[in-house]
Design a protein around this ligand. Structure first.
Ligand SMILES: C[S@@+](CC[C@H](N)C(=O)[O-])C[C@H]1O[C@@H](n2cnc3c(N)ncnc32)[C@H](O)[C@@H]1O
Length: 265
């Protein structure tokens, strides 16, 4: 099996992925791309990686294209990542008044840890109801994983012990070593597929939007387009969180910086 890509095939994959996700894969990602496509090619019984790319471009089978996009996205995430945001969110939830539900959007939710961390915190601060979390992601595999809500126990190391007791179930038998997010939390957390580079599905409006560790993959015009698509979904007093390594400076957007990685309408 030839598991390397010609320049031409690599550039074709770069263009395909950029058109769909908006993310431009750097040349340095070539061996990563080769490794990930290799598995898909093997699955189809195609022995040359260039042949696999030709077939992909000729047939444009939507299901195969979704598999490629899923393989090429970077999905790293963990529970209670960047804890300052959760401290800020806790204060917002505590000061929430009125009859409207407190709504939070995890706008690149990956396998769901961010959305369930938000849900645990809201359940602690607001009780079992009166709040809702929506998670969306480009990757269908990640959306399915998030909906399953099952995680290896070692992924829970940043989950406070009390939260773990109250909001997670320990697996037994063939689920040993895994945890399942409680049904009570899952009832208030919903996941769907959404591409931040395209018109968004109708999601309602939010008190807080987590748009973290996804902008880093985009160039400035794409970042600007995404923020301008997402920000109108904030309530008038709402906040947008970005990853701490991400900056919105020099972008033409209608948000003001409140503190590191926190923006207000
Ligand atoms: C590194 S993860 C970030 C997960 C989580 N927000 C966090 O901070 O831990 C980035 C996620 O962005 C998603 N993503 C990439 N491009 C996207 C796009 N155009 N629209 C929606 N999601 C996208 C990927 O599928 C991936 O799950």
């Amino acid at each position: 099996m030839s598991s390397t890509l010609s320049d031409e095939s690599f550039q074709a994959v770069v263009r395909l992925f950029q058109n769909i996700s908006g993310i431009r894969l750097a040349d340095s990602k070539r061996s990563l791309v080769e490794g990930r496509l290799h598995k898909l090619a093997q699955h189809l019984g195609v022995s040359r990686l260039d042949d696999y790319v030709d077939r992909l471009l000729d047939e444009r089978d939507p299901a195969e294209i979704v598999r490629v996009v899923d393989k090429l996205t970077t999905n790293e995430t963990y529970f209670f990542r960047e804890p300052q945001h959760f401290e800020f969110l806790a204060r917002l939830a505590e000061s929430h008044t009125g009859s409207e539900p407190f709504r939070v959007w995890s706008a690149a939710s990956s396998s769901g840890e961010e959305a369930y961390s938000i849900a645990m915190l809201l359940a602690e601060k607001l009780g079992p109801t009166g709040w809702e979390v929506i998670g969306t992601d480009l990757s269908t595999v990640m959306v399915d994983t998030a909906r399953r809500a099952v995680y290896p126990m070692e992924r829970a190391r940043h989950v406070p012990r009390e939260y773990l007791k109250r909001h997670c179930l320990r697996g037994h038998g063939d689920q040993e070593g895994r945890l399942l997010i409680s049904r009570a939390l899952r009832q208030n957390v919903h996941f769907e597929n959404a591409n931040l580079m395209e018109a968004l599905p109708s999601l309602g409006i939010f008190d807080v939007i987590f748009l973290r560790n996804v902008l880093i993959y985009f160039d400035n015009p794409a970042k600007e387009a995404i923020v301008n698509r997402v920000a109108p979904l904030l309530k008038p007093q709402g906040y947008l969180f970005t990853g701490h390594a991400e900056s919105l400076s020099n972008l033409a957007i209608q948000l003001r910086s409140v503190r590191s990685a926190v923006y207000a309408r």
